[in-house]
Write a new protein. Structure first.
Length: 271
């Protein structure tokens, strides 16, 4: 056995040891074993990939990028390494790498350089404000149904850019659906955004959150028309008219009534 073969054999043993420590929840022990494996066999792409994956979930984007880039260079056919490289590069605004990596996946992008501003469809996220720009993981965690379509749900890895909007919860009482539509039009015209949480927000059990909401729960939550509504209002920082002024004008012009209006501190944003 040559010295190189011996080192590779030891690296393989350390890689398995790292996997076992990771499964046991020994974060530091797993990382140490992966690094020892790479010291013996720097071309072991699987060790680079596993380190890059761990650092991704810890939000250590520099290290995640370093190891995913190494894994991708060593094994260009590894699709998972490409995805994680693109995710880490996005977090670091390494747009040249982002574009090159996504194009290797066959994803055509607008422009030749710089940030990517395209509509890739609907994604769901909770705990953020309207207008927040977040970085999603690439692996779906269940799905949600809207209309006749299912949409994948992805874990949010990082907040890339905070919104200038502020969140408020408004509770109103209306005489008809036209009152709700009138309020939404008035808020939109003033530079705010409204969402009716009474009819389009539902609480999900743990099983539903981790997979596809089951039919029985969907049926139980089918809403009937309700006079009392809970609204989420994204208050525009540069709005032409203050949101409370809009509500006052709405009350004067319709049969609706504002019951309460509460600003939500940013760390408590829940929808």
């Amino acid at each position: 056995m040559t010295l190189l073969d011996f080192k590779r054999q030891q690296a393989a043993r350390l890689h398995k040891q790292a996997q076992a420590r990771s499964a046991e929840g020994d974060r530091d022990g797993a990382i140490a074993a992966y690094l020892q494996a790479l010291a013996l066999d720097p071309k072991k792409s699987a060790s680079h990939y596993n380190l890059g994956l761990r650092y991704k979930y810890e939000g250590d984007w520099d290290r995640s990028f370093e190891h995913n880039l190494a894994a991708n260079n060593l094994d260009p056919d590894d699709q998972a390494a490409r995805w994680n490289l693109a995710i880490a590069a996005t977090a670091l605004a390494r747009w040249e790498v982002v574009r090159r990596t996504w194009q290797a996946e066959g994803i055509m992008l607008d422009g030749d350089s710089g940030p990517i501003d395209m509509n890739f469809g609907i994604a769901t996220a909770s705990g953020f404000r309207h207008g927040d720009i977040v970085l999603n993981d690439g692996a779906p965690e269940g799905s949600r149904t809207a209309g006749n379509r299912d949409y994948a749900v992805f874990n949010v890895l990082s907040l890339l850019q905070a919104s200038t909007f502020q969140t408020a919860i408004a509770r109103i009482e209306v005489a008809s659906e036209a009152d709700v539509q009138s309020l939404e039009a008035m808020l939109t015209e003033a530079g705010h955004v409204m969402e009716d949480w009474t009819v389009n927000l539902r609480s999900l059990c743990k099983q539903c959150c981790e997979g596809k909401p089951h039919e029985a729960r969907d049926a139980a939550l089918s809403p009937e028309w309700q006079a009392q509504r809970e609204l989420g209002v994204a208050i525009g920082a540069n709005a032409a008219t203050d949101a409370t002024t809009v509500f006052a004008r709405w009350q004067d012009s319709t049969g609706g009534r504002l019951r309460s209006f509460d600003i939500v501190p940013h760390h408590q944003d829940a929808h």
